[in-house]
Design a protein around this ligand. Structure first.
Ligand code: CP
Length: 317
């Protein structure tokens, strides 16, 4: 098992073996959570910066917990109260943290490719915490971890992603990870919310949720991005609910042990009914717990790769 990357920018370019390495590394970190002291010393002396240009509850907190549980020094920057509002560029902001000796910068940005820009310009390792409509790799990894934890395999499973696929970076990272692991991935939603060439990624497209959900092993429900409703991408919220809400009746046609997943934040009563969100099939809170373990694994592996590279270059780490 090896992982020799400087950055984690997306799952598109990871080999299956690298994805497996992250998942295997996350398992012992998860078992740490049941101990009274949930800390390991792996990142003592390392500095992690959480740089979020967009709102976040889960990802930002999860990375902060992950870094702290590995004993790193971590700071979280809310860009609304930083010098970004005075017009500082992304690269200058990144270089400022590098001058403070940040080892890892975790970035969320509305611009697809922003993490790659930082990665090309900084020696610090960059983790993409969600960039535009592009990728949200740690969400894809934690979703994969959750499915493996519950189903013990992914190969051959029928996995449905339903909702706003077009604007969803979670959907893209899930598709890259799940198809590499051999899942049969379906996407469902209104035609206006499904990208034209999505079949090139090896997924099956359904515009009828009732057909798509039949016999699936996993349904991962994506948030309807209400902030985009002014673009008239579907006729009305009422119509969306009628055609695409995952309800108990619809879920009854999936496999009896179907896993119900949602990356959050949920719009209860829109893309998911409250009964489904709170059902015994739902693993939504477990996804959150698993997210910390997976992010610990990513931080740990990136630091290990930096240490290896540092030794090669004759630096002491
Ligand atoms: N799943 C996810 O990215 O949630 P946040 O926007 O709260 O980080």
């Amino acid at each position: 098992m090896s992982f020799n990357r400087k950055d984690l920018l997306g799952l598109e370019y990871l080999e299956k073996q690298e994805i497996q390495t992250i998942i295997e590394t996350a398992k012992p970190f998860k078992s740490l959570f049941t101990r009274s002291i949930k800390k390991a010393p792996a990142l003592v002396g390392k500095t992690v910066v959480n740089l979020f240009y967009e709102p976040s509850t889960r990802t930002r907190t999860s990375f902060e917990f992950a870094a702290k549980r590995l004993s790193a020094d971590v700071v979280s920057i809310a860009t609304a109260t930083s010098s970004v509002v005075k017009g500082e560029s992304l690269i200058d902001t990144g270089k400022t943290f590098e001058a403070m000796k940040a080892d890892i910068i975790i970035i969320r940005h509305s611009l697809a490719g922003a993490p790659e820009i930082l990665a090309k310009n900084l020696n610090a390792s960059i983790i993409n915490a969600g960039d535009g409509f592009h990728e949200h790799p740690t969400q894809g990894l934690l979703d994969l971890f959750t499915i493996l934890d519950k189903k013990k395999k992914v190969e051959g499973l029928k996995i449905l992603l339903v909702g706003d696929i077009l604007h969803s970076r979670v959907a893209k990272s899930n598709i890259w990870a799940l198809t590499k692991m051999g899942a049969k991935v379906r996407v469902a939603g209104p035609p206006t919310l499904i990208p034209k060439h999505i079949t090139d990624l090896g997924v099956e497209v359904f515009y009828d949720l009732d057909k798509a959900i039949k016999n699936v092993d996993v349904v991962n429900i994506l948030r309807i991005q209400m902030e985009r409703q002014q673009e008239n991408l579907f006729p009305s919220v009422h119509e969306y609910v009628e055609l695409y809400q995952v309800t108990e009746d619809r879920l009854a046609t999936a496999k009896p042990d179907v896993l119900v997943m949602h990356p959050g934040p949920m719009n209860r009563g829109i893309e998911i009914s409250s009964q489904v969100a709170d059902s015994s099939n739902a693993v939504i809170n477990e996804q959150v717990t698993n997210g910390i373990a997976v992010r610990m694994a990513v931080l740990y592996l990136l630091v290990a790769a930096r240490n290896k590279q540092g030794k090669k270059n004759g630096n002491i780490n």
